[in-house]
Design a binder for this molecule. Structure first.
Ligand SMILES: Cc1cc2nc3c(=O)[nH]c(=O)nc-3n(C[C@H](O)[C@H](O)[C@H](O)COP(=O)(O)OP(=O)(O)OC[C@H]3O[C@@H](n4cnc5c(N)ncnc54)[C@H](O)[C@@H]3O)c2cc1C
Length: 384
């Protein structure tokens, strides 16, 4: 394994950094943060960066996985709002399983940064055990009629389309009766209801389907084989470096804060407990970075990271929680002040991280589920 960036990759990383420095900005007072984010994504699309490693045949840049890694690392460190499930997950899944017609229809708007997708997998009774989902899609001539509900669907209220899992054969073993659909969100019969998170943000939703009629050409891949397509989508979701690098800038800010802030006349960073905690976290970030590089390196060799993606996902999300814990303790009571408070150290960054990070070990599969995958597929242990 060689994890070093080539001179070309390093030069590209610097180009991305310079672009981000110039283009990244916070939403102004009264400005819609979502609109700012989508406008930024369109700029990335215009540079061809949104679909960097997609094959040229389908409108991508045909860049190597390591080039993609260099890009992902730069945008994640700068906390750029570059996450786009269309280009990260939906497009790559359609490229693998879609018909020519589906590729022609769905890929160009993703490449242009115009299509917003959401992921309709989880249901009230099906999260970790996703294959027990109960949404039904019943064949009716050349159409399917869909009934049921999804939950925790991030940005469904903004999305143009949804990747949807529904049961098409209730009599088959549970993994073998599920199909995968590509559904426009403005199809009659779909209702989106907001769910507000602990930070007061409206990001995820409940989505209800009542007699929603979709044509047969919305089916992705073979009927009743949707489970196997969904696992591909989940592998794409779990394998990004952003889970580790996304909180690294916050770590660097915490280390600076400890250098510059005095308690009882001396810098916090001179306190042995603080020094050791910061040193431990530094090591953990380097370990996390290497775990992510390993996943990207495997992809570059044509290997399929499986439990390796789970190792990296679990480690990165738990590391963000360890950082949040360390931060609020090192900063002290001020660490609990929210953004907007004039007294909040680091502009309330740790209050937000502390609350937001609790969701990281649930989203995209809980840490317990990742551990189960590592135990069975990585270590060959019997199922618990
Ligand atoms: C921020 C956020 C965004 C999300 N966005 C989306 C989205 O866009 N689309 C979507 O479809 N879903 C989304 N989800 C849902 C997410 O995928 C589920 O929450 C997750 O899969 C867990 O499912 P659950 O909530 O039903 O918990 P459950 O499956 O009910 O789990 C409850 C607890 O039991 C544990 N547990 C369950 N089974 C086992 C087992 N076999 N062994 C050991 N422990 C176990 C779990 O680890 C967990 O601690 C999102 C979630 C979050 C937090």
């Amino acid at each position: 394994m060689d994890f070093a960036y080539s001179p070309e990759e390093e030069a590209f990383r610097q180009e991305v950094r310079a672009f981000l420095k110039q283009e990244l900005r916070e939403p102004a007072e009264g400005e819609d943060a979502w609109e700012v984010r989508r406008a930024f994504i369109k700029k990335l699309a215009a540079k061809g960066w949104l679909t960097l490693a997609w094959p040229k045949e389908w409108g991508g840049q045909g860049a190597s996985h390591m080039m993609q890694l260099a890009y992902n690392e730069a945008v994640a460190y700068q906390e750029a709002p570059a996450n786009d499930i269309g280009s990260d997950r939906v497009g790559p899944t359609i490229m693998l399983y879609g018909t020519e017609e589906q590729k022609r229809r769905y890929l160009p708007p993703i490449i242009a940064g115009e299509a917003v997708w959401c992921q309709g997998f989880s249901e009230p009774g099906a999260g970790s055990d996703l294959a027990s989902l109960e949404m039904r899609a019943v064949e009716d001539g050349d159409e399917f009629v869909i009934n049921g509900s999804k939950i925790w669907t991030s940005f469904a209220h903004k999305a143009d389309a949804i990747i949807l899992l529904a049961r098409t054969d209730p009599d088959a073993p549970k993994h073998r009766g599920i199909s995968y659909f590509l559904v426009d969100m403005d199809t009659p019969g779909i209702t989106v209801r907001p769910l507000v998170d602990m930070l007061g943000r409206h990001q995820f939703n409940e989505v209800f389907f009542e007699d929603v009629r979709v044509s047969r050409d919305t089916l992705l891949g073979e009927m009743n084989r949707g489970w196997y397509i969904a696992t591909t989508t989940l592998d794409f979701e779990r394998s990004g470096i952003q889970r580790v690098i996304g909180s690294m800038r916050t770590y660097d800010m915490l280390a600076d804060y400890a250098r510059q802030t005095k308690r009882n006349g001396s810098p916090l960073a001179e306190h042995p407990l603080v020094r050791h905690k910061l040193a431990d976290l530094k090591i953990e970030f380097e370990v996390g970075r290497l775990l992510s590089y390993r996943v990207a390196w495997m992809q570059s060799q044509g290997l399929v990271p499986n439990y390796e993606a789970s190792v990296s996902k679990m480690y990165g999300s738990e590391l963000a929680q360890r950082l949040a814990n360390a931060g609020v303790r090192i900063i002290g009571l001020g660490g609990q002040l929210a953004p907007g408070s004039p007294w909040a150290p680091l502009a309330g960054r740790f209050e937000t991280l502390y609350i937001a990070a609790s969701a990281l070990t649930v989203a995209a599969g809980t840490s317990e589920i990742q551990r189960n995958i590592i135990a069975s597929r990585g270590l060959g242990l019997p199922r618990g």
